[in-house]
Design a protein around this ligand. Structure first.
Ligand SMILES: [Zn+2]
Ligand SMILES: [Zn+2]
Length: 538
C-alpha cells in the first residue's frame, strides 16, 4: 500500500501476551514491523511505532493461581522481560505500554459504553461451563474439551489444535475443569453480546479497501461470507476491565487488548494531545502488524468495534506467517521452541533480524533450522557482505588512508538507483525478503565491480594507474555506503559499525534515502577495518 508521504503513520505490533518468555516465533511480527518503521522514516515519513503487553485473560490468572502469586506479579515479570528483549533486539518502539494501565481501563469503558448506547450490545442467557467441585464458572482457558465444529481437543475460547476457530462460551463439548480435572457441567448464565452480525455489510466493503497483506484480507473475507455470529464480550473473572455496571463481569480480553493500541497512542502523546489525529479524525494511516493466528480478531472484531464506537479504521493489516522449527509446529509443551534470550546469548541480534526476513516471504511459514541460519550468516553476511567491506576497506586504508579522488560512475549510480526502487516496492508490498535480496544483490554487484576492475593491478601502474585505482575504490565505497543505508533498518547495530568504518560521521539511523545519491566525500578518513560478522559453526 502506497501511503502519501505527507500523511502521518501509526504502526502497531501485536501485543505479546505476558504469561511466558519470548521465543523466536514472536519475533516474526516485531522485527519486520521495526524494519518497516525504520524504512518509512528513511523514506521521509512521520511515523509513530507502538506496542505493549497484553495483560488480561484467563491464562495469566491460571498461571498466577498455579504459582500462588497475583496476576499483577505475573504481568510485571514478563512485561519487563519483553521490554528487555526488544531493547536487545533494537526493536525500537516509541512507546511500549501494557493493557492494565489506567488509561486503557478508561478508554475500554468509554468504548463499551458507546457500543451499549448505540444498541450494539445486548444481554443474553447462555449455557456456560461450570465446575461443581470448584464451585465456579469456567471461562476460556479454565475449561478444555472438544471443538463443537471439528471435534479436535480445544481450549475454552479457541480450537488451537484443530480448525482454529474462535469458540464462544458453551461451544465446547465434554468440558473438563482445568483446575481440578473433573467433568464440568453447563449452567445458565447471563452474559453480554456484541452484535457483530449487524456489521456484515460494513465489513465486506471495508475488507475490499483494506491494505496490507492478501492472506489477512482473504481469510477475513471467508469469514464474512459465511455466517458472522454475535460475540460474547463478557467473562466471569475478577482480573480485567470491569464491564460497565457489573460487579462480577469483566470484558473479554479481546475487547481491551486492541483498545490498547488507542490507549498507548494517548499515553505516548500525553500532554501534547494529538491522539485524535490517529484514532478519531482519519488524518493518519494505521498499519497493524500481526501473526496469521489473530487475523480474525484484527480484521473482523476490531474494525466492527471501532466502527460501532465511531473511531478511525485501520488502513492495513500485515500478517506474518508462523514459525516452525525443523519442520515441526512450535510447541512449548513439547519442548520444540527456541527461546530468544538463549539465542541472543550466543549470537548477534542483527544476524537474527536478518535471518527472520531473509529466510522466507513475510506471509509464508518460516521453518527455522540451525543449518539454514548458519548458511545465511556464513554465505551471505560473512561471505558476501562482510567480505566486500573488508576487502575494499583494507585496500583503501593501505593505499590511500582516506576516500580517494574521483567521480561516481554512471553504472554505479544506476545500480544503486535500481535497488532503491526495488527496496521501496518491497516496503510497499510488505515483502521484507525482497528488500534484503535487493540490497544483497547490490553487495554482490560491488564484489563483481571490485573484482572486474582489479585495483590491485592498477595501483602498480604508475601515477595514472594509481588514480584509476582510486576511482575504483571511491566507487566501491559509494556502493558500501548505499548498502549500509539500505540495510540499516534490518541490521541497525552492524550497519552503524560499518558506517563508521567507511568514515561517515553522520548518524546512519537518521540518514534518509536521498543520501544514497550523494557522492561519498573524497578526503574523508577511513576507519579501521574490522570483521563485521562471525562465522557460525554448524
Ligand atoms: Zn475446531
Ligand atoms: Zn474444578
Amino acid at each position: 500500500m502506497k501511503i502519501p508521504v505527507d500523511k502521518p503513520v501509526l504502526v502497531t505490533s501485536a501485543l505479546p501476551y505476558v504469561n511466558g518468555e519470548c521465543h523466536i516465533g514472536h519475533l516474526r511480527t516485531y522485527v519486520p514491523a521495526d524494519i518497516y518503521v525504520r524504512m518509512l522514516r528513511k523514506m521521509g515519513y512521520d511515523v509513530r511505532f507502538i506496542s505493549g503487553s497484553d495483560t488480561h485473560g484467563t491464562p495469566i490468572v491460571l498461571s498466577a493461581e498455579a504459582q500462588g502469586i497475583t496476576p499483577e506479579k505475573v504481568v510485571e515479570k514478563y512485561h519487563e522481560h519483553f521490554k528487555h528483549v526488544f531493547k536487545t533486539l533494537k526493536v525500537d518502539f516509541d512507546y511500549y505500554g501494557q493493557t492494565d494501565s489506567e488509561s486503557n481501563h478508561v478508554r475500554t469503558e468509554e468504548i463499551v459504553n458507546k457500543l451499549i448506547e448505540k444498541d450494539y450490545v445486548y444481554k443474553k442467557v447462555v449455557k456456560q461451563a461450570y465446575c461443581n467441585t470448584c464451585g465456579r464458572f469456567l471461562p476460556d482457558r479454565y475449561v478444555e474439551g472438544k471443538c463443537l465444529h471439528c471435534g479436535a481437543i480445544a481450549r475454552g475460547d479457541e480450537c488451537d489444535q484443530g480448525c482454529g476457530k474462535h469458540l464462544e462460551p458453551g461451544e465446547i463439548i465434554e468440558p473438563k475443569c482445568k483446575i481440578c480435572g473433573n467433568d464440568a457441567v453447563f449452567k445458565e448464565q447471563e452474559q453480554f453480546f456484541f452484535a457483530l452480525s449487524t456489521f456484515a455489510e460494513f465489513l465486506s466493503s471495508y475488507l475490499d479497501k483494506l491494505g496490507g497483506t492478501l492472506n489477512a484480507r482473504n481469510y477475513a473475507r471467508e469469514w464474512v461470507k459465511k455466517e458472522l455470529l454475535d460475540w460474547c464480550i463478557t467473562r466471569n473473572l475478577e482480573w480485567g476491565v470491569k464491564f460497565p455496571g457489573s460487579d462480577d463481569l469483566v470484558v473479554y480480553v479481546w475487547v481491551d487488548a486492541p483498545i490498547g493500541y488507542i490507549s498507548f497512542t494517548e499515553e505516548l502523546l500525553m500532554g501534547n494531545g494529538g491522539w485524535e489525529k490517529y484514532w478519531k479524525d482519519d488524518e493518519a494511516a494505521i498499519v497493524h502488524f500481526i501473526g496469521t493466528d489473530i487475523i480474525y480478531h484484527h480484521c473482523i472484531f476490531w474494525p466492527a468495534m471501532l466502527k460501532g464506537a465511531e473511531y478511525s479504521l485501520p488502513d492495513a493489516v500485515v500478517a506474518s506467517g508462523m514459525v516452525k522449527i525443523n519442520g515441526e509446529k512450535f510447541s512449548k509443551s513439547r519442548g520444540n521452541v527456541i527461546w530468544t534470550t538463549e539465542f541472543l546469548e550466543r549470537f548477534h541480534p542483527d544476524t537474527l533480524r536478518y535471518y527472520l526476513v531473509a529466510q522466507s516471504s513475510h506471509t509464508k511459514e518460516l521453518d527455522f533450522s540451525w543449518d539454514s541460519y548458519s548458511m545465511r550468516v556464513n554465505n551471505e553476511l560473512v561471505g558476501v557482505l562482510g567480505n566486500l567491506v573488508h576487502r575494499v576497506l583494507t585496500f583503501a586504508r593501505k593505499n590511500y588512508a582516506v576516500v580517494p579522488e574521483g567521480d561516481i560512475e554512471k553504472e554505479v549510480f544506476a545500480a544503486i538507483e535500481a535497488r532503491r526502487a526495488e527496496v521501496i516496492n518491497a516496503v510497499e508490498e510488505y515483502e521484507f525478503k525482497k528488500l534484503v535480496d535487493a540490497v544483497m544483490a547490490l553487495a554482490d554487484f560491488g564484489n563483481r565491480f571490485f573484482h572486474r576492475e582489479e585495483p590491485w593491478h592498477l595501483i602498480k601502474q604508475g601515477e595514472e594507474g594509481r588514480a584509476r585505482a582510486g576511482i575504483v575504490i571511491k566507487n566501491a565505497l559509494q556502493l558500501l555506503k548505499a548498502v549500509c543505508i539500505l540495510l540499516e533498518p534490518v541490521m541497525p547495530e552492524k550497519m552503524d559499525e560499518m558506517w563508521h568504518q567507511i568514515g561517515m560521521e553522520s548518524d546512519v539511523h537518521s540518514v534518509k534515502l536521498d543520501e544514497l545519491m550523494v557522492p561519498i566525500e573524497s578526503g574523508q578518513a577511513l576507519g579501521k577495518p574490522k570483521m563485521l560478522f562471525k562465522r557460525v559453526e554448524t
